[in-house]
Each structure stands twice: as C-alpha cells, then as structure tokens.
Design a protein around this ligand. Structure first.
Ligand SMILES: [Zn+2]
Length: 310
C-alpha cells in the first residue's frame, strides 16, 4: 500500500530540534506514573466528561476497584522503547478484538486455563475463551472512551473465521489501511496461561515509531520488547497489541464469575481508556512547538519501514 504519510514524516524529521524538552518532560511523567503503586480510582478522571461518565455509571454497584493485582504479573521479558511521538487529541482510535477472524484455525487464541486445564466449558462454543473476553473488553473500552470524549470506535470482522489474511475484512487488512491514514489501532488480547504466557503489557506497532498512547498503555500494563518474537504480524501492520494478562487464576476467575464479571470488564476497560486519555494529554508543553507542528513525530523515523508489511 502506498505510503501517504511520507510528506508528514519528512516534516517530522525536520522538527527534531524542538523535541528535547518534550522528551525530558515525558520521561518525567513516565517515572512519576510508574512510582504510583495504585492507579487513580474510577470516577476521578480529570477529563471533562467525568461527570457524564459518573452519571451513567451503575447506581447500585460500587465502582470496581482498579486492581493491578487483578491482571497478574507484567511480561517477564520487557522492552526498553519509549513512546515519544505525540498524538493529536482528535486521532481516531480503532479497537479490535484479537483473533476475531481466526476461530477454528491457526491463531485462534488461548482457550484459557479454566477450559484447557480444569475442564470448564467454553464461555461460547463457537470461539476460544480469549476471543469471548477480547470482544467484551473491546466494546467496554469503546463505550468508556467515548464517554471521555475520545474519537474511538470498535472494529469487528463480522464473521469468526476468515482463512485468507489478505481478505479486506480481517483485522490485519483493516489495520494496515487505517494505520496508513494515521489511526491508532489497538488490539485487545489475553495471554496464554503459565508457563506459556508472558504476562501483561503492550507490544507497539512497528510500522511507525512508538507514540504517547503506546507509552501510556505500557506504563499502565507493562512493556514488551518492540520486536517481540521478531516482530509479530499485527504490529507490522500497524497494530499495537495489548496483553491484558494471562488467562488464568484471579483474572480468569473474576471474569468467569457472573457476580464479578461486569465489574472486572469495566475495571479493565477503565484502565485502558484512562491510559489512552492520559496519552493524548501527555504533550502538556506542546506550546514549545511551532504552529502546525503539533502531533508530528519529533524523532527521526524512516518512512520506508512501512514496506515491512509486504
Ligand atoms: Zn491473543
């Protein structure tokens, strides 16, 4: 696919001089955020739509406590990348469910420990449990993000199995098209249970430099190496993969228990949409930039990396 962003990327390289102060500020934000052991409580979001979000929150139910422990350990292999590239607040965010088009075929996702190890019935016989949860989290992230005023929507391929990856309806095809247009593509996953899984964390898209949305999600969930397993198919097509956690233990139990399911999904979705909103807000000192430069990559990047997808 032709690279329509070439001109913008070149300007990004030229804008490199303005980046140093911003990068230092960003590093400061990252350090502070990582120092927090507990993320902010639900309902205290600083975004202007918080009141609307609170108004629509279930009235009887106590807001779910965001519990870092819920999602288990962070990835046991971690990356060192930092997402510096600023993201304009109007950037479209497209949220996908991992394995949504790959059921009953290679790459169907993890069945989870309950089904695979403990003999539980799948949540939905048509699909692996991972996809069942990926879809619920995807939709909750979109609802939550829209309440925050994010330009966010879901994508679903509309059918559970599409054997040809080049079919225009697959997550990969849509991601390749939309990321070329500048959309941020986030694909929700749960990792395999131990000892096969790695833990929670973000694997950023590799057809562009890591940006502040990647950074914010990595601060919240953990950071996989940028070229995890040599660069996965999704990231090469512009998808940032978010592993919520290994599908086992407390996380899986909380999801499967009908009494805690809704709160668990909401808790995860809140953490994701809050990370996205915070990533959008990261360029607080963008006034150092020249008019028209906001949102343009301040670091050198090679527009040719898009050819990796071919
Ligand atoms: Zn997955």
């Amino acid at each position: 696919m032709p690279n329509h962003n070439g001109g913008r990327l070149k300007r990004g390289i030229l804008a490199g001089g303005a980046s140093i102060t911003i990068n230092i500020l960003l590093l400061g934000i990252a350090t502070d955020a990582e120092a927090q052991t507990q993320p902010p409580e639900i309902g205290t979001a600083t975004v202007g739509t918080a009141t609307k979000a609170e108004a629509l929150a279930p009235t009887k139910q106590k807001p779910p406590q965001i519990d870092q422990q819920l999602t288990g350990p962070r990835t046991r292999v971690s990356g060192t990348w930092v997402g510096h590239q600023s993201v304009p607040a109007s950037t479209p965010i497209l949220v996908m469910a991992g394995h949504a088009d790959s059921q009953a075929m290679h790459g169907a996702g993890t069945p989870g420990a309950a089904v695979d190890l403990h003999g539980a019935a799948p949540m939905d016989p048509r699909m692996r449990d991972e996809l069942y949860w990926n879809r619920l989290v995807r939709d909750a992230v979109v609802s939550n993000g829209q309440l925050r005023g994010l330009n966010i929507k879901a994508y679903d391929p509309g059918t559970l199995s599409i054997p040809n990856a080049e079919d225009p309806r697959t997550n990969w095809s849509v991601a390749r098209r939309q990321s070329t247009k500048g959309d941020y593509i986030l694909e929700i996953h749960f990792d395999a249970y131990s000892p096969y899984g790695f833990g929670s964390g973000l694997i950023p898209a590799v057809n562009r430099m890591p940006n502040r949305l990647d950074e914010s999600l990595a601060i919240s969930f953990g950071r996989f190496p940028r070229l995890f397993r040599g660069g996965l198919g999704g990231p090469r097509r512009g998808i940032s993969i978010l592993e919520i956690g290994m599908l086992e233990g407390k996380l899986e139990t909380s999801l499967r228990d009908p009494k805690t399911r809704k709160a668990t999904i909401q808790s995860i979705a809140h953490r994701i949409s809050q990370s996205l909103a915070m990533g959008m807000m990261m360029p607080s000192k963008a006034s150092n930039q020249q008019p028209g430069e906001a949102g343009i990559a301040p670091r050198a990047m090679n527009p040719q990396t898009n050819s990796e997808v071919e």
